[in-house]
Design a protein around this ligand. Structure first.
Ligand code: KG4
Ligand code: ZN
Length: 342
């Protein structure tokens, strides 16, 4: 079965073709970063309009790259939620309309299920059951995964998501949006240990997270070392970025170990934009080796939003005969544990 995947939940227009026999045939991505960067974050209305402009040309480009026609598509999967309602509507309307015109089944996919399953696109994918750490701009969750659609939430952030915390810390240091990769880059020239930031909620039991205190700590440290231009000198900015990243990474590593031990599992999957963070990957690899466990993640381009993860997740569900009627429905808020198993 050959599935077209469409991702438009936020600020990336992503499309991909996944074949149940041959694997990923191709994918194309258009990032709206340039559209939003002057505002320091995503402007929902601009996002929707840009998806409208870019989606269909991107589908044509993808089919052209793969040497295929629209009539070679056997099913369509589009992101149904969570995400920005207008942006989701563009993908859902387009996906539904294409499916109707081509007379093929279509299905709305959960964006975080897409992220969670993205490591399945790699050459040595993880086996169920495993613990998934979902770390994106909107989510920080630890989930027990027993199979596709069999998700039990073990813990989550009580306030900001990890990616959101990276983005806000980046703003405090006057870095561009999206802040995660910017902080990671700046941290490379920072001195580990010059500043020590708190590791929130690690000294009490449980698997929940909180990043808002860390945000305040970062703000106070920036203010304390600020010069006339309102910012610390370059070295201090790098040292703050480094201390911030270490604190987030340490917190995530502690909770991942705890989740694996609690559930008696030895496989961890990290997914979502923050799973692209090299320091997080390195630290998890080291920590998990010590407890005979392994960490899996997707290649960099499939950690952040993309069409391939939606095509893959949709393909699994469409092959299990799951599909939806003609009505265009999106679900901007959608708990992961409400999904049905296949
Ligand atoms: O999964 P994603 O592309 O979109 C959402 O579903 O939210 O995640 C985007 C988030 C942003 O907050 C971005 O700053 C963060 O992932 N991010 C990173 C890195 N790359 C992206 N955070 C830390 N280090 C990175 N290398
Ligand atoms: Zn995402």
């Amino acid at each position: 079965m050959r599935i077209l995947g469409i991702e438009t939940s936020c600020d990336e227009t992503g499309v991909a073709l996944y074949d149940s026999e041959q694997g990923l045939l191709g994918h194309c991505l258009y990032s709206q970063i340039a559209v939003h960067s002057e505002y320091g974050g995503v402007v929902p209305e601009l996002a929707s309009r840009d998806h409208v402009r870019k989606l269909l040309p991107l589908v044509d480009e993808l089919l052209n790259d793969c040497g295929l026609q629209k009539t070679d598509i056997d099913g369509i999967a589009y992101t149904k939620g969570p995400g920005l309602v207008g942006a989701l509507m563009v993908g859902a309307c387009t996906g539904r309309a294409l499916a109707m015109a081509l007379d093929v089944p279509a299905l709305g996919v959960h964006h975080m299920e897409g992220h969670l399953l993205a490591p399945m696109l790699e050459t040595s994918p993880p086996n169920f059951p495993f613990i998934a750490l979902l770390v994106s701009g909107g989510h920080t969750q630890l989930v027990r995964v027993d199979g596709i659609g069999q998700y039990r939430l073990l813990g989550e952030s009580l306030d900001d998501a990890a990616g959101e915390a990276f983005d806000k810390a980046a703003k405090m240091l006057d870095l561009d949006y999206p802040g995660g990769p910017m902080i990671a880059k700046l941290a490379e020239s920072g001195e580990v240990g010059r500043f020590t930031f708190p590791r929130p909620m690690t000294d009490r039991p449980g698997l929940d997270f909180s990043f808002s205190g860390l945000k305040t700590f970062t703000l106070n440290t920036v203010a304390k070392h600020a010069q006339e231009n309102g910012l610390p000198d370059d070295q201090a900015c790098a040292d703050i970025a480094c201390a911030f990243q270490e604190a987030v990474v340490d917190t995530l590593v502690i909770k991942c170990r705890r989740a694996l031990e609690q559930e008696h599992l030895t496989t961890l999957v990290i997914a979502g934009g923050v799973s692209a963070n090299t320091r997080l990957r390195e630290r998890l690899e080291l920590a998990l080796k010590k407890i005979n466990s392994h960490v899996f993640y997707a290649r960099h381009e499939f950690c952040t939003d993309n069409g391939a993860m939606i095509a893959y997740a949709g393909c699994q569900r469409l092959m299990a005969q799951q599909q939806e009627g003609l009505a265009v429905k999106v679900t901007p808020r959608w708990p992961l544990d409400q999904l049905s198993p296949i």
